[in-house]
Design a protein around this ligand. Structure first.
Ligand code: FPP
Ligand code: MG
Length: 327
């Protein structure tokens, strides 16, 4: 299904993949740095964010379409590098042991190397953005990253707080995840030469898609299969990050009481399974699924502002994938 959405931009995503590898073929990257950085690029992610930049440029027939396409590939590469950097930092913050089916860099080489590798890829991303030479694009990504960081700070500050409101949670995931999705979709519109209204609609599409993505991610942390996900489940709970399924379960009379008692006593690897199944069998599961579907519908509604065609169709498919995914 992912290959269906990506089919029209497969060649461009291949170029993104090669450009990511090229970010290591640079001056000063020798042993012992090279194996650390190379490891990070050894497993390919979903490249959803790059696809979100590339898809709005489909069907462009303008005289300068070659140049637009090249810039979209560069922007797609930059956003994948930014995403990679955030994950390298996130795995340190979350003390994560596994990602994309392999041990994390922090497990193999330690937290310091993970942070520094993140900084390296972050710098490479901005090198590419500088080459594109488009201040509006640079602005878009720098402000999305600032918002992402604010979301991460909020998540950290809110950890172990069982009284978080649903609204608060949605704002938080809007910052930490949806802001970058929104910037990607708008960047695609900008590079495709779309008008202001279409760019704004693409940005709102990306935002709603990002919320649907994170809601699904948070649900998969409770009910997902670690083999499919390529990372262990229950990680949010272990870090005291209470996501929507947990917050809804906490509001249920009997389940909430039990859950509160266990969480207050302290969660560890021994009672993690008990909590996970408590949440998985609560109303939190269906409420989160319904909320993800609601945000998918909101995203699809934004696509009405675009003319019918491949951009609209492929973005709609991406929205469907985001809520149906199991990895
Ligand atoms: C994954 O969330 C993480 C994010 C969406 C953002 C992480 C961002 C930072 C750590 C900000 C600082 C980094 C840079 C380079 C600006 P998750 O933990 O819910 O998902 P996961 O289960 O895949 O880890
Ligand atoms: Mg994490």
């Amino acid at each position: 299904m992912l290959s269906d959405i990506f089919a029209p931009v497969t060649p461009q995503l291949e170029m993104v993949h090669r450009a990511l590898a090229a970010s290591l073929r640079l001056e000063g990257i020798t042993d012992p740095t090279r194996p650390v950085l190379t490891y990070v690029l050894g497993s390919r992610g979903k490249q959803l964010r790059a696809a979100l930049v590339l898809i709005p440029t489909l069907g462009e027939k303008a005289a300068d379409s070659g140049d637009r396409s090249r810039r979209a590939i560069q922007a797609g590469t930059a956003v994948e590098l930014i995403h990679l950097a955030t994950l390298l930092h996130d795995d340190v913050l979350d003390e994560a042991g596994e990602r994309r089916g392999r041990p994390t860099l922090s497990v193999l080489w330690g937290n310091k190397n993970s942070i520094l590798a993140g900084d390296y890829f972050f710098a490479r991303a901005f090198g590419i953005l500088a080459e594109i030479n488009c201040p509006a694009l640079l602005n878009l990504f720098t402000s999305a990253i600032a918002t992402t960081c604010a979301g991460e700070i909020e998540e950290h500050q809110d950890s172990y707080n069982m009284e978080i409101s649903e609204e608060n949670y949605l704002q938080r995931i809007g910052k930490k995840t949806a802001s970058l999705f929104a910037a990607c979709a708008r960047a695609g519109g900008l590079l495709a030469g779309k008008g202001r209204e279409e760019q704004a609609a693409l940005e709102r599409f990306g935002y709603n898609l990002g919320i649907a993505f994170q809601l699904t991610d948070d649900l998969l942390d409770i009910i997902g299969d670690p083999n499919q996900l390529g990372k262990p489940v229950g990680q949010d709970l272990l870090q005291g990050v209470y996501t929507l399924p947990v917050l809804v379960a906490l509001a249920e009379p009997a389940t909430g009481k039990r859950l509160r008692r266990i969480l207050a006593r302290g969660l560890d690897r021994n009672n993690l399974e008990e909590i996970r199944s408590l949440v998985a069998n609560s109303q939190g599961r269906e409420a989160t699924r319904q909320m993800a579907l609601e945000y998918k519908t909101r995203a699809l509604r934004e696509l009405q502002a675009l003319p019918p065609g491949p951009v609209r169709d492929n973005l709609a498919r991406m929205a469907q994938f985001v809520v149906e995914r199991i990895f």
